[in-house]
Design a protein around this ligand. Structure first.
Ligand code: 9D3
Length: 236
């Protein structure tokens, strides 16, 4: 899958994709991440990408022309399995369902918003979708683009060594009600600073361990993410 990122801060992406799972996925050719500098599609000598909002108001907006020029040059004609997504604080909430759906694309272009926002014609007539990664204020869409690429890339065939681990994790139920958090896990030492690993995990009773994990996952979910339990099916 090809990920394109359109940004005024191309240097931002030197780091995030050069480690671990995503780095290996790039080396194996399962994913290709192409960073594009929005200023390359400006035509004035100051490489202007922003302007003041009509009607007044704080700050600056990304102006439409460089964004339209860039997207139309990266996707010269409407590709069949491609999506252009605007990352903005006003977007639809990105979740595991949205990540799953994006795995069906062969190319994904992520537009990173900046300043106080983006001219609305970009959301209306250029992007296929507008996504936010959560209900908090970021300084721009770059961190959000990195989050979306990480969440989508790791679902692609051949990216995780163990395919089953992508399928059975927390939130794979779609980020909607019914999902439960992972159970608490422990490794050695069996006692650290006086804190003991639950006795049941040290024994070999697999049925007892399975029931303890189910119970512990439910308790932790109720405590930290009660919202996930509103429609959960609890099996015993
Ligand atoms: C505080 C300014 N806000 C009210 C006037 C508007 C605003 C403009 C631009 C808020 C955030 C941003 C920059 N954020 C993003 O571009 C962004 C974002 C986010 O802030 N939260 C969650 N997901 C995303 S994706 C892109």
């Amino acid at each position: 899958m090809i990920f394109h990122v359109l940004t005024i801060f191309p240097e931002f992406f030197r780091g995030p994709f050069e480690h671990g799972v995503i780095q290996r996925a790039r080396e194996s050719g399962a994913v290709d991440i192409r960073i594009h500098n929005l200023r390359d599609w400006t035509s004035d000598r100051h490489k202007t990408v922003d302007d003041r909002p009509f009607g007044g108001g704080e700050g600056m907006l990304l102006k439409p022309e460089p964004l339209f020029q860039a997207v139309e040059s990266i996707f010269p004609q409407s590709q069949p399995a491609s999506r252009t997504v605007l990352l903005s604080a006003q977007g639809r909430l990105f979740n595991q369902n949205a990540a799953n759906q994006l795995t069906a694309m062969t190319e994904l272009l992520l537009i990173c918003g900046r300043y106080e926002g983006v001219d609305e014609r970009v959301a209306e007539h250029l992007a296929d979708d507008e996504l936010s990664i959560g209900n908090y204020v970021l300084s721009g869409g770059e961190l959000a683009a990195a989050v979306v690429i990480d969440a989508v890339a790791r679902l692609l065939p051949g990216v995780l060594g163990n395919q089953s681990s992508a399928v059975f994790e927390s939130f794979q139920a779609g980020g909607h009600a019914g999902a439960m958090l992972d159970c608490p896990q422990y490794t050695r030492p069996a006692e650290y600073r006086g804190w003991k690993v639950p006795e049941v995990l040290l024994g070999g009773n697999h049925e007892e361990i399975r029931r303890w994990r189910q119970r512990a996952a439910l308790e932790k979910t109720a405590r930290l993410r009660p919202d996930l339990l509103s429609h959960a099916r609890i099996e015993h």
